[in-house]
Design a protein. Structure first.
Length: 261
């Protein structure tokens, strides 16, 4: 058991709550923080690994770093602080830099034999009414929040296929939404969610009947969060990988959902 005086967890960087694109990563970060609070820990937030971080880290039970890009190896030379730092990875963790941290201190949302599996906490914001899946009609979310998932300058065919799929769904009476901002190769009928707080993104997610993947991004947290609210995920087994179109590609867009769920 953790002594009462040490039940404090530091999150780094600060978990943003407002003015964000609708995103599973932002929702997952805030849900992670709230889950720690529900376990009876006090949460403090710090922006980066500076000298003030070193002073505060001495007195906390754990430091949860939200992504490996926020690690500062120079600030992790003290073994007392190193053993407290756990870094969370949300998506692809094939080649991250961990500043030499033990693999057990790398937190991943999907089962992994080498890293520390933590799972998800998608229901900590479950304070809104969730309708039955059969009552949600033909409403769906197009997975992906940036144009890089829908526009491939080096592969016109892949870009065209995405637009054709979306047009076919709209012509068949589906209502589609996107969290992508700017030019994203979307037909005009696709509705943009815009910038909303993470919990409102979860509330919006619970109104969809499905989430459709078009090949990218891989290993996004949004499909698993959607499943918690009864939202089906259309996980393509053939699709584009990076810049290259793979007509008979053996991998799924979301490998953990195919293999482990």
């Amino acid at each position: 058991a953790v002594p009462a005086g040490r039940r404090t967890v530091m999150f780094l960087p600060r978990v943003w709550r407002e003015g964000l694109a609708a995103s599973g990563e932002f929702y997952q970060a805030l849900a992670h923080l709230r889950a720690v609070e529900l376990l009876g820990f006090q949460v403090i937030e710090h922006e980066n690994m500076d000298d003030a971080f070193l002073q505060n880290a001495i007195d906390v039970h754990r430091v949860h770093v939200q992504d490996h890009k926020h690690l500062n190896c120079d600030k992790l030379k003290d073994p007392v602080i190193r053993c407290k730092v756990y870094v969370r990875l949300y998506t692809d963790h094939s080649n991250p830099k961990f500043c030499g941290l033990p693999r057990k201190q790398v937190l991943v949302p999907f089962p992994d034999r080498q890293l520390h599996f933590t799972g998800y906490w998608p229901l900590v914001f479950d304070q809104f009414k969730v309708s039955a899946s059969k009552d949600r009609g033909k409403r769906g979310l197009v997975l992906g929040k940036t144009s890089q998932y829908f526009v491939y300058p080096r592969n016109v065919i892949a870009t065209l296929r995405i637009r054709l799929v979306l047009h076919a769904l709209i012509d068949d009476g589906f209502t589609l939404y996107t969290s992508c901002q700017g030019y994203c190769n979307m037909p005009p009928a696709v509705r943009v969610l815009g910038f909303i707080p993470p919990e409102k993104f979860a509330a919006q997610l619970s109104t969809f009947a499905f989430i459709i993947g078009l090949g990218d991004p891989g290993m996004s947290p949004t499909p698993l969060e959607g499943l918690a609210f009864g939202v089906a995920f259309l996980n393509p087994l053939q699709g584009h990988v990076g810049w290259n179109w793979c007509a008979e590609c053996p991998i799924a867009q979301h490998e953990p959902l195919r293999d482990q769920i």
